[in-house]
Every structure is written in C-alpha cells, then in structure tokens.
Design a protein around this ligand. Structure first.
Ligand code: TRP
Length: 456
C-alpha cells in the first residue's frame, strides 16, 4: 500500500483492491461451505437461488458497502459516524464488528482442520483413502479428538494474530497475489479429474439440473446466508478494504469482478466435489465433513497425488488465512481507530477472545456434541446466527442507508468517481442500482428472514 495525500494508506495498485477483497471473499466459504450447503439443500435448486441472491442482493450491496468505506476512509463504525450523526447508524457498524468476531471464532475451527490436513497430506495419510468411507472414518477419528481440534484452532488463531499484528497491508496484498492464482489452478486440476471419473455425469446432473420442489424457505435462507458469507458482506470487512481504495478506481467494475470470481470458484469447487460424491456412490448431504471425505479420494487418482494434496491443503489454508485476517482486522481497526487502543493490544485481546469463543465450537464435534440448542450444536448455532441472521441484517441496513438515508445526490457523486465512463455509457445502471438498494434488496432480505422464522 502507498500513502495518498491525506496520509492514509492505499492499495498499491489497481489490482490490489480486487485481489485483497477477493482474498477475503474466497476461502472456506467457497470450498468447504458452499459444497456442503448445496449437498444439504438439494443441489441445483440451491445453486440457482444462490446465484439469484448474488445478482439481486449480493452485488448491489457489495457496491454499496465498499462505497461507504471508500467515501469515509474509516472502519465500519467510524465510517457511519462520519457519514451520519445518528447513533443508530453507528450501531449498525457495531453489529458488524460483533458478527465478524463470531464468524472468526467458528471459521478458525474449520481453518484448523485444513491446517491439520497439511500434516495428514505430508504423512501420506490421505493417499490411503481410495474410498470415501475410509476417508470419512479417518476424519471422524480426528474430529473426535478434542486436543486435535482445540490445538489446531489455537495454532490457526495465533497465525492470524501474527499477520494482523505485524501489519496486514503488505501481507495481505502480496500474499493474495500468489495464493489466489495457485488455488485457482489446483482447483481446476481437481475439477478436471473429477469430470473424467466414471459416473461424473450424475454429479453434474445433481449440480445443474434443478428439482424445483426442493426449494423451501430454509433453502432460500441458506442460499442468501451463503451469498453474504461467501462475499464477506454485511459486517464491514469489504467496507474496511474499500476504505483503502483510491478514488480513481472503478468501484462497480471491481465489485463485479470480485463477485464473479467468488461465485466461479465456488462452482468449480462444487464440480470437483460432487463428481466424486456421485462417482463413488456417496450421499451428498453429510454436512461440514463433506470435503474432508471426498477430496482425499481424488488425490489417490491423480498422478503425483501426494505432492498435489500437500499443495492443495497449503493453498486452502492460506485462502482461509486471508479470510480470517480480514475478520480480525475489522475488530482491530475498530478498537484502534475508535477506542484509541494500540494495534498490538487490540490484536492480542480480541484474538484470544475469539479463540475462547471458538473452543466450544471446536468441542462441538466431540465432548460437546450432545450439548444442543434445539438441533444445533454450539458450532452450528454460531454459524447459523452470524451468517443467516446478522450478515443479512447488516446488508439490509447498508442498502437502506445508501438507498434512502445518505442522500442519493451524494451517493451518485461518490460512485461516479473512477467510473464516469461506465455511467456515461450506461446511465440506466445508476437507476437500476438505486432501485435495487431501495426496494428489491431490503424487501427480499426481510421477507426471507421473516418467512424463515415462520412469521410470514
Ligand atoms: N468470505 C469468506 C469465505 O468465503 C469468509 C469471510 C471473510 C467472511 N471475511 C468475512 C464472511 C466477512 C463474512 C463476513 O470463506
């Protein structure tokens, strides 16, 4: 990053924002969460609703969220403070900070598993699983081990804290430039291998041939939650990254790039995984363990599978790391900017606090497996509440704020900067975006939220 006139740091290049934001967006959400949710929610029908949510809600809200950050040049709470006097709007930023903190706690549990799988890959363990059943029983054994879970959670949280502590800027931007392309290439290879398995076509059918009767309010809620989760939306991470963006950058174009890349990577991961699931006669709806039981099977069928599996879990771990870093950075930026804490203190205090909150999530797969809230373990509850509730609510308020409260003349002025030629060429785009922010996105979000809790 380079300082601009006001002394605040900015991304070093035009591609810097896109890569860093894509680094935040692309992570376990695409490779672990998207496939398992698609598997639990009926495949193609879920994917269809997910893509609709990305187009109708995700992209417009992403543009709005980044715009708030780029205009105010602050953390989520500080940005709302400098754009509006009412404490209500400041608390919207505050809810975001809390949501990010909860997501960090359970996300790091799964990120710990990927870290553990680097070790499994190096040990050659993964190559022994030519069948998903065996891969699954090995994964179950690991999950049953509370020390394995909590140890890896701790290790991953310390790694995240280390990066945020020593300054994200160089780390994130530089790291993303190397890891993103590498992850992409490895995933392409996995997808191609998946597609060439006998019986792969059944997987494709599951993914792309919708059975409309599978769409329920629960499926729609899961798809919307996933759109928010995967695009890192609704809690101020994109807002914070936008705050380092230059006024010369074309914000709508960059946002569309990020959303496309994010959805594309999820679909590629979906193809890699479901071709294996169906080629080996497995059940798609096994939940969070899905990738850990299917991918080892593909590694045994690829030449050089040993090295490939190591590289893959390293790339996945780093993709997860660019996401956890963006989560911890939001909490940190808030306490540094607004409360005058030192970066060091904020990272240590909230890193450890997120670690503590993560422990019951890590134990949800073993010691606390029977400790339930309804049908949810602590892990499920953290995941559900933050992704399906807090993020969409954040998105709702961002839409209302930019669509109605901020003043659309100002909004228009801000969004045009760096994108003049786009809006001169397609003037309708601005009105379309405004219409979505004012009506479509907020109404859809509220209807989906209310109907999922049974009110309408
Ligand atoms: N989007 C990331 C993923 O798909 C996770 C993530 C990072 C996130 N930052 C976020 C999710 C902020 C919600 C909000 O893996």
């Amino acid at each position: 990053m380079i300082p601009n006139n006001s002394g605040r740091e900015q991304w070093g290049s035009r591609a810097g924002f896109i890569l860093a934001a894509a680094g935040s967006a692309v992570g376990l959400g695409n490779i672990w969460r998207f496939p398992y949710l698609a598997g639990e929610n009926g495949g193609a029908a879920f994917i269809f609703v997910y893509i609709l949510c990305v187009l109708l809600i995700g992209i417009p809200v992403l543009i709005a969220e980044v715009l708030i950050g780029r205009s105010a040049h602050k953390n989520p709470v500080g940005s709302f403070k400098s754009l509006h006097p009412s404490p209500f709007w400041h608390s919207v930023g505050g809810i975001g900070v809390i949501a990010g903190f909860v997501i960090l706690s359970f996300y790091t549990v799964v990120a710990g598993w990927t870290l553990g799988y680097i070790y499994e890959a190096i040990n050659g363990n993964l190559l022994q699983y030519s069948l998903p059943d065996i891969a699954q029983s090995h994964f179950s054994d690991l999950l049953a081990d509370a020390y394995w879970n909590v140890g890896l959670l701790t290790a991953f949280m310390l790694l995240t804290m280390g990066i945020v502590y020593f300054g994200v800027q160089k780390g994130i931007e530089r790291g993303s430039k190397i890891m993103m392309p590498m992850l992409f290439i490895l995933l392409l290879v996995l997808m191609i291998r998946g597609l060439t398995l006998d019986g792969a076509s059944k997987g494709l059918e599951y993914l792309f041939n919708p059975d409309w009767s599978k769409i329920t309010t629960g499926v729609v809620l899961a798809a919307m939650g996933q759109a928010f989760f995967s695009m890192s939306l609704g809690m101020g991470a994109m807002l914070t990254y936008g705050s380092y963006m230059s006024m010369k950058d074309n914000l709508p174009a960059a946002s569309i790039w990020i959303a496309t890349l994010d959805a594309l990577i999820a679909i590629i991961a979906g193809i890699s995984i479901f071709t294996v699931v169906f080629a080996t006669g497995q059940n798609p709806d096994v939940g969070p363990s899905l990738i850990f039981r299917t991918l080892p099977v593909v590694f045994t069928k690829i030449p050089g599978g040993f090295y490939f599996s190591i590289l893959f879990f390293i790339a996945l771990t780093l993709a997860a790391l660019t996401s956890t870093v963006s989560l911890l950075e939001v909490v940190t930026a808030y306490f540094v900017d607004e409360k005058g804490w030192s970066r060091r203190k904020a990272v240590v205090v909230f890193g450890f606090a997120a670690l503590l909150l993560g422990v019951p999530s890590a134990l949800s797969f073993n010691i606390l497996a029977d400790f339930k809230f309804g049908e949810f373990t602590f892990f499920d509850l953290s995941e559900f509440l933050s992704s399906n509730l807090l993020l969409p609510l954040g998105g709702f308020f961002i839409s209302i704020f930019v669509g109605w409260v901020w003043g659309f003349d100002k909004v228009k002025n801000e969004i045009r900067q760096g994108a003049e030629s786009l809006f001169d060429k397609y003037p309708w785009m601005l009105n379309y975006w405004k219409f979505i922010l004012r009506f479509v996105a907020p109404v859809l979000i509220i209807v989906i939220l209310l109907s999922s809790i049974g009110i309408i």
